[in-house]
Design a protein around this ligand. Structure first.
Ligand SMILES: [Zn+2]
Length: 315
């Protein structure tokens, strides 16, 4: 058998190739790890709320016309769920590989039909082999353009007896192109007045300015008209180095906020100068932890109306 490694442009040719495998031979038989057993039946019945004594009550089953417990027929696929998958591929694998190469890379199961040929007893081991049963022409669906294919699963016991058939109907489709990023709007305008004009002038000059009281030299941010320590109204500033560490952080995922690209990480940065500064992590930066060294950057993030002092991880 040949395999397809690289996607190819000619999807019509690939579809024709896929079609040629339909009805072809099954892959190698995959053998279920555990035989039909009561603990797995218990889990199944508990999950589904099924109390049928034919599945669960050994005494009842022994006195029944069968004389023994049976497995719920709906568990058919369960018995091969953990069977090894690295077996020789069947015609269905060949079909699916070509559909992938033709660009139908997404898959959704639309139906799984079981046909039960006989009841399974405890201790029986189930195997499965798979093949391609059909392939539709290209269709337009709500999910995208694609093709339907049916994978036929043949379930057998150790002696090769066919005990059930599953038909899994798949839609292989081309995922639609990603929708354009939604308009995130713009952030509220920043109010700039007499007390904070020096700060924003600094941002425009590429400086992170921190208010400094001219009476007692205390540093503070955000700016205030009067010093809380000495009562002076004579306020100047120092230019901070722009380096600091993450003191605290929180990442906002929902709800959307005007002008904010989500997820959005808000930082409290402890600046080298000892002042804590509320800001945000620049887009595309790695995740931070408390203590992560960061450095100021003067950028206009998406949705912002002006350049802001935001932070990048110090590398
Ligand atoms: Zn002061």
């Amino acid at each position: 058998m040949t395999t397809v490694d690289e996607p190819r442009a000619d999807s019509a040719e690939l579809l024709a190739e896929a079609q040629s495998f339909v009805g072809g031979p099954p892959g190698e038989t995959r053998v279920g790890r555990d035989p039909v057993n009561l603990p797995m039946v218990h889990h199944w019945c508990q999950a589904l709320g099924d109390t049928n004594p034919a599945y669960l009550d050994e005494e009842w089953a022994a006195a029944s016309s069968r004389g023994h417990l049976i497995a719920p027929p709906g568990m058919l696929q369960t018995w091969v769920m953990d069977a090894p998958r690295d077996v020789a591929p069947g015609s269905n694998d060949e079909v699916l590989q070509r559909l992938d190469a033709a660009g139908y890379t997404s898959v959704v199961a639309v139906n799984y039909e079981h046909e039960y040929l006989r009841e399974l007893r405890h201790g029986e081991r189930v195997s499965v082999r798979s093949m391609a049963e059909d392939l539709s022409p290209e269709k337009k669906t709500a999910l995208g353009v694609g093709v339907f294919t049916t994978v036929r699963h043949e379930y057998t016991t150790d002696d090769g007896e066919l005990v059930g058939i599953g038909r899994m109907r798949l839609l292989k489709f081309t995922p639609p192109a990603k929708a354009k990023a939604p308009d995130i709007g713009t952030r509220a305008a920043i109010a700039i007045g007499r007390d904070n004009a020096y700060f924003w002038e600094g941002v425009d000059a590429g400086e992170l300015r921190i208010q400094q009281c001219q009476g007692c030299t205390a540093l503070r941010h955000p700016p205030q008209p009067m010093c809380g320590d000495c009562g002076s109204t004579d306020q100047g500033f120092v230019v901070a180095s722009g380096r600091g560490t993450v003191y605290s952080h929180v990442t906002h995922h929902y709800p959307p906020l005007p002008g904010v690209q989500l997820p959005h990480t808000v930082l409290v940065v402890e600046l080298e100068e000892g002042v804590r500064f509320v800001s945000e992590l620049a887009p595309g930066e790695p995740a931070v932890e408390i203590g992560t060294p960061v450095r100021v950057a003067f950028e206009q993030p998406p949705g912002a109306t002006r350049t802001l002092p935001i932070f990048e991880v110090e590398t």
